[in-house]
Every structure is written in structure tokens, then in C-alpha cells.
Design a protein around this ligand. Structure first.
Ligand code: NAD
Length: 487
């Protein structure tokens, strides 16, 4: 067991309902202060094999339970997550650097809901009837089989439960491969599943790095689905092996989302919302990171947003007052610094920030770069750190063209008079866009990106469409008479 702030965290893989040690280990650290947190097993091919065998063996019985039969298990799972609230908050804040307050008030309740909402929604996943003069078509949602679930470090608990909820509720069995930089909340999730008496094999976890452990998992031809959230480059690797095995993938990837401020926007509300983009040190896929501001408002908006950003409290994510925490890892800090260096050498102007922050080793000051151009790397590529860019436009057409001129298409934000902002939002090519707001989500709504931001949608019915095999059972209305001339 690891001891994280007084909470015991199991250290092994979780396979077939039991904790399994590993031969090799890797070390984990807290981004808050670099403190060594301990060692975890690095999953070998044999661990992945065992987890997939266990999930495959558990599948028929779990699927046969039906949504009604699975409901009490999943309700108990959510209750057990709730019982571990303090541990999950302390542990995920310690290993992922996420704000403790956000975990307490947002992420833990949402993680419980991710399980119960889909468990209940699955009850109404009834056969859809297509009634024609010839026949009745009973369209069924059958569970697909064994699912691999792979998530990144920036929101491990939220993203893992968001995928596990619909996968388990619709009758699949799962193997999760937690993010290696923030794996500990996944261990507590397995502990919760164990206490909830989920049948052995229904939910398994193999720790380890993307290479080789994640790759062992995604290459296995016994999988029926791969649900992945992470970077474009990893998605390409996974896509290749999934294509080889013809395994459907859901890919939720990065973004470079526009934050548009139209001429008729409420400048103060837009500027206050703009400062929110530094939440989790902008290690947030859906943050608006390219500010596109109408010429007439540029000076006023910049001044107001600078004021709100100056008052942000950067520091230890476990302190109540903190609003912006650390970057996850020294490699992420180097990546952020290198982006800023290259941008400044290319002529970008630092409007604020642009340096490390005094709060500690892995803290970077909320930064805004101006004087950037559409083709610049800093405008095109995802930084995944607290570095935003500001550009201006003079017409709606120009704003839309600039918003759409990157390879990404995840999300967006648009401030302006409501009907105006809505009409612009309809023309921005992304998976979702917030009008005069940010971050409003609902489990029934679709989530995902277009262009290089992903393939597929999860959320509500879209999750069930992905995690199920759709089958048409056709029953003729008149006695059937076999004929070679039949259409
Ligand atoms: P990453 O792709 O490096 O890693 C994600 C996960 O994939 C990790 O668990 C990692 O171990 C695993 N992995 C790595 N190589 C693998 C391989 N070859 N086979 C199987 N698994 C492998 O991404 P990251 O740096 O951890 O996360 C940041 C990225 O995630 C950013 O691009 C961010 O925008 C994106 N993200 C997207 C969303 C979304 O919903 N669209 C949400 C959060 C983060």
C-alpha cells in the first residue's frame, strides 16, 4: 500500500477481482512539490493478457444480467466512490495537481453521477421498433464485449468514470490503463469496485506507461472497443493497431479552441470568463486558447482580462484560495517554455506572464501572447499549458475564417448579443461551442471533436451507440414464402 496524505492506496494491478503485484516498477511524483509518492507496477504483456482473459470470461454473465440486473452493482459502485471522497480528493490533487476545491465540489459528485446516470439511462435502452407493412424490425443495443479504456493525466477520475459508466451499464467488461503521471485515483476506483462486489473480471486495471503497457492492451485482437482520450500522436498509434484488428475506436483528442469576442459582447463578462481558461494551468482540452477579439474592443478587453488574470491566485492546489495549480511534470514545463521561447523569437509580444511562476518548481505564470499570425506554431499547435494567444478581427466573416483555420475542431466560446453569437457559433467547425458561457456540460449531450480533435462522440445515447453492437431482429408480418425472385 502507498500512503498518500494518510490514505492507503493499493499498489498492484487489479485483475480478476484481486490485487496483483508486478515484477518491474516505475516511480510517481507529486507535481505540487516534486515529492516522491512511491512505486507502481509497470504492466507486462502477461498482466495485460490476464486482464483481457478475465474480462472476456466475465462478459457473458455480466451481459446476461441486463441493465436492471447491473443497476444495483453500479449504484453500489457509485456509493463506494462517494465513501472514498476525502481519499480521492487528497490523492488526485496530490498526484495530478488538480485543485482540491474543484475535486470536492465538482469532480467527485460528477464521477459518481457518471456511473449512476448511465446505469439508469441504460434501463430505457429498449428495443426500438421500426414497423413497416412487411415486417417489424426490433433494433437492439447489444453489449459489444471487452473494452479498453485509456485516459490522460489532466482529468483521470472524471474521464475514466465518464467512459466506465456507459461501458459497464450497457453490459461490457473493461480494462483500464491509467495515465502514468496520475494513476492513483484509478487504484482507489478499483478499491471502490471491489467493495461494491462487482463480479471478478468485470472491471480490471493494469498500470504502466503508454509504451509498452498501453500498446500491449490496444494491440490485443480480443478487444471489442477502444475508448481513448489523449493526444493526436497516440491516437494515430492506436488507430493503426485498431485498424489491423478492425476494433472500433472512440478518439477524444486535443484542441486549439477559439474564444471569440464579437463587437456586441459584454466585455466584462467575456474578460472574466477568459481568465477561467487558466483553470488547471490550461491543461484542459476544451479551454479556449485562441482569443479572437473584435478590433473595436481589443484594447478594452485586453486591459480588463489582464486585471482579472493579475488577481488569480497561483500556487498549491490543496489551498482553498488557489485558482491555478502546477503543470503536471518537468517535461510539460519544458514543453511550455519551449513554445513561448519559439513564439517570442518569431516576434510574439508577451502581454502578460511569459515566465515561470515563483510558486514552485512546476508553476508557470498565466501568459498571453499578442502580435501572432494565423500560421504561427503558437496559433496552430496545442500547448496544453497556461499560454494563450490574442488576435483581432474586423468582420464576422474574418472571425469565422480565423476560428476555423487550424487542424483542430474540439470546442469554442463565443461572446456577443445572443442571436449574433449563436449565428456565428453555427458556422464554427467544432464538436461543441458555448455561447456567452463556458464549461456547461450535461451527461445527455454529445461530447467530442471534429477534424484532428477526434473521431466519434461520447455522452448520452452517443456513448451507448459506441459501446453497443446495434442489431436488427426482423420478424415478417405475413407468412414467409421463400423465393429466389425476392428483392
Ligand atoms: P497521451 O496521448 O500521451 O497519453 C494518453 C494516454 O495514452 C496515457 O494513459 C498514456 O499512457 C496512453 N498511451 C500513450 N501511448 C500509448 C500507446 N502507444 N498505446 C496505448 N496507450 C498509450 O496524452 P497526454 O499527454 O496524457 O494527454 C494530453 C492530451 O489529451 C492533450 O492533447 C489533450 O488535449 C488531450 N485531452 C483530450 C480530451 C478530450 O476529451 N478531447 C480530454 C482531456 C485531454
Amino acid at each position: 500500500m502507498l500512503n498518500i496524505k494518510g490514505h492507503a492506496v493499493p499498489q498492484g494491478h487489479y485483475i480478476d477481482g484481486a490485487w496483483v503485484p508486478g515484477a518491474n516498477t516505475y516511480s510517481i511524483f507529486s507535481p505540487i512539490n516534486g515529492e516522491a509518492l512511491g512505486e507502481l507496477p509497470a504492466g507486462a504483456q502477461s498482466n495485460v493478457d490476464a486482464a483481457i482473459s478475465s474480462a472476456a470470461a466475465a462478459f457473458p454473465q455480466w451481459a446476461a444480467l441486463g441493465a436492471q440486473g447491473r443497476l444495483p452493482y453500479l449504484q453500489r459502485f457509485a456509493e463506494e466512490i462517494g465513501k472514498r471522497k476525502d481519499a480521492l480528493c487528497d490523492v488526485e490533487s496530490t498526484d495530478a495537481g488538480i485543485l482540491l476545491s474543484r475535486l470536492q465540489h465538482g469532480i467527485i459528485p460528477r464521477s459518481m453521477l457518471n456511473i449512476t446516470w448511465f446505469a439508469e439511462a441504460a434501463l430505457s435502452l429498449q428495443d426500438k421498433l421500426i414497423d413497416t407493412p412487411q415486417a417489424q424490425h426490433f433494433v437492439r443495443h447489444d453489449p459489444a464485449g471487452v473494452c479498453a479504456i485509456i485516459t490522460p493525466w489532466n482529468a483521470p477520475l472524471m474521464l475514466t468514470t465518464w467512459k466506465l459508466g456507459p461501458a459497464l451499464a450497457s453490459g461490457n467488461t473493461c480494462i483500464i490503463k491509467p495515465p502514468e503521471w496520475a494513476p492513483l485515483s484509478s487504484a482507489l476506483l478499483m478499491d471502490a469496485a471491489h467493495a461494491a462486489e462487482l463480479p471478478p473480471g468485470v472491471l480490471n486495471m493494469v498500470h504502466g506507461e503508454g509504451q509498452p503497457t498501453g500498446a500491449y492492451l490496444t494491440a490485443d485482437s480480443r478487444l471489442s472497443r477502444i475508448s481513448f482520450t489523449g493526444s493526436v500522436s497516440t491516437a494515430r498509434e492506436i488507430g493503426k493497431v485498431a485498424a489491423e484488428n478492425l476494433v472500433p475506436c472512440s478518439l477524444e483528442l486535443g484542441g486549439k479552441s477559439p474564444f471569440i469576442v464579437l463587437a456586441d459582447a459584454d466585455v466584462d463578462l467575456a474578460a472574466r470568463t477568459g481568465a477561467l481558461m487558466y483553470r488547471n494551468a490550461t491543461q484542459v482540452c476544451l479551454a479556449g486558447t485562441r482569443f479572437l477579439v473584435h478590433d473595436s474592443l481589443l484594447a478594452e478587453f485586453t486591459e480588463k482580462m489582464a486585471g482579472y488574470v493579475a488577481s488569480l491566485s497561483v500556487g498549491d492546489p490543496q489551498l482553498e484560495k488557489t485558482e491555478v495549480g502546477p503543470l503536471i511534470h518537468p517535461r510539460q514545463l519544458q514543453r511550455v517554455e519551449a513554445f513561448v521561447d519559439r513564439a517570442v523569437k518569431g516576434g510574439a509580444e508577451v502581454l502578460w506572464g511569459g515566465t515561470r511562476h515563483e510558486a514552485g518548481e512546476l508553476y508557470y505564470a498565466p501568459t498571453m501572447l499578442g502580435n501572432v499570425h494565423q500560421d504561427d506554431e503558437i496559433v496552430q499547435k496545442e500547448v496544453f499549458g497556461p499560454v494563450l494567444v490574442m488576435q483581432s478581427f474586423s468582420s464576422d466573416e474574418e472571425a469565422i475564417a480565423m476560428a476555423n483555420a487550424t487542424d483542430y475542431g474540439l470546442g469554442g466560446v463565443c461572446f456577443g448579443e445572443e442571436s449574433h453569437a449563436k449565428s456565428i457559433s453555427f458556422q464554427v467547425r467544432t464538436g461543441f461551442i458555448w455561447v456567452n458561457s463556458f464549461g456547461i456540460r450535461d451527461l445527455a449531450a454529445p461530447f467530442g471533436g471534429c477534424k484532428k480533435s477526434g473521431i466519434g462522440r461520447e455522452g448520452g445515447d452517443w456513448s451507448f451507440e459506441f459501446f453497443c453492437d446495434i442489431k436488427d431482429v426482423i420478424v415478417p408480418k405475413k407468412p414467409f414464402s421463400p423465393s429466389f425472385a425476392q428483392r
